[in-house]
Design a protein around this ligand. Sequence first.
Ligand code: UD1
Length: 435
Amino acid sequence: MDSIRIRGGNRLVGSIPIAGAKNAALPLMAAALLADGPLTLSNLPNLADIASMRDLLAQHGVVFTDTGSGSTGSTVRMATPEITSTTAPYDLVRKMRASVLVLGPLLARCGVAKVSQPGGCAIGNRPVDLHLKGLQELGAEVDLTGGYIEARTRSGDRLTGGRVVFPVISVGATENLMMAATLARGETALVNAAREPEIVDLAECLIAMGAKIEGHGGDTIHIQGVDALESAEHAVVADRIETGTYAIAAAITGGELELVGAKAIHLEAALDVLRSTGTTVEEHDAGLTVRAPDGRLRGVDVMTEPFPGFPTDLQAQFMALMSVAEGAAMITETIFENRFMHVPELSRMGANITVHHASALLRGVPELTGAPVMATDLRASVSLVLAGLAASGETLVNRVYHLDRGYDRLVGKLSACGAVIERISSETDVQEQVA
Ligand code: UD1
């Protein structure tokens, strides 16, 4: 298994192109199932999760044509003249929870879908009950048997519009229901919907395909079902979590980074918190420039919340930053119950962190020290990379496949800005051990 070796202590200075957002791209790709197409997406990041979604969609009948690539991702044309399978098998779904996003589109287009139940994952139990309850409100019958979700429309035909009130805000359930409702008969209201920029991006793409959607970005989304969707072209929105991660990389290394293509409006809460630490964030036409303070960072308290609040997907990275800030910082996780796996690893690097229930209390230390570390999820892994960039000595981050799921050319982007970082393939490891 590959690992990443970092020699910390270098100030990062330079410019980083922000890729298309993974969490926007995955539902956008699933939307290709809704129409014969083609749906052409640009800014698709080069990530393992995108490859997993591609494998899944290909076996449902989506035909992919690669038409180009650039610094923010590739352009892919997806045509679905025929759904060749309405089953999303266990082997493909278990690789990535977002596979459940094919459920709504398959059901909307074919009146039937069988999708392996996504299991729990490192950051918590993560049920899909809200997705299923919502689809039932639109007239689907849902059975859970043999580890599969089996859903069909009662009439064997179209879903019917309805009013879905989410008791908890869910990004994935909002996306699944919004896609399903585009082809339902009549009007659907999604109440207490998620407001994330990825939801807005999906809605805009569906509208370009001919869907009738209003209210996206607010807490109630109205969808008027149409008979069919058509071909469209859409550019995936810039990745706000990649943006936030590199903004923290600038701050934690005492550096200055220009984040090209970043959109401040998609992470205002996080940027406000960064400013409170003493970091300067400037918005301009090309994106954002983030500059670390001359002295030490200040400790700031943070609580994760659905958008527009501070994103849970930046919690681990912010914890790495606060581990070297002056004073104390309290970080409270409200979205996922088990999202502190980075804490023991950061502690091994010298961070002073005490966890009590859903809150972590940090007392900043002047310096972290490099160590071999590993993490069990994507954002926890990148928090260890950030800590390694700031630490003295060498850090070896194991289980790099997590990073491949969510960060396009991480090592290349950081080393271009002065980081001493390299990927070591397991073969090199073996050679080194033999030597
Ligand atoms: C998406 C993001 C993930 C991010 C999360 C929260 C993608 C591919 N992933 O995940 O990176 O961390 O939003 O911003 O976009 N819940 C239920 N029942 C459900 C669905 C969710 O109880 O049926 C709960 C979850 O356990 C969690 C909360 O709702 O506690 C929010 O989860 P949700 O917004 O659905 O996250 P995902 O869409 O899975």
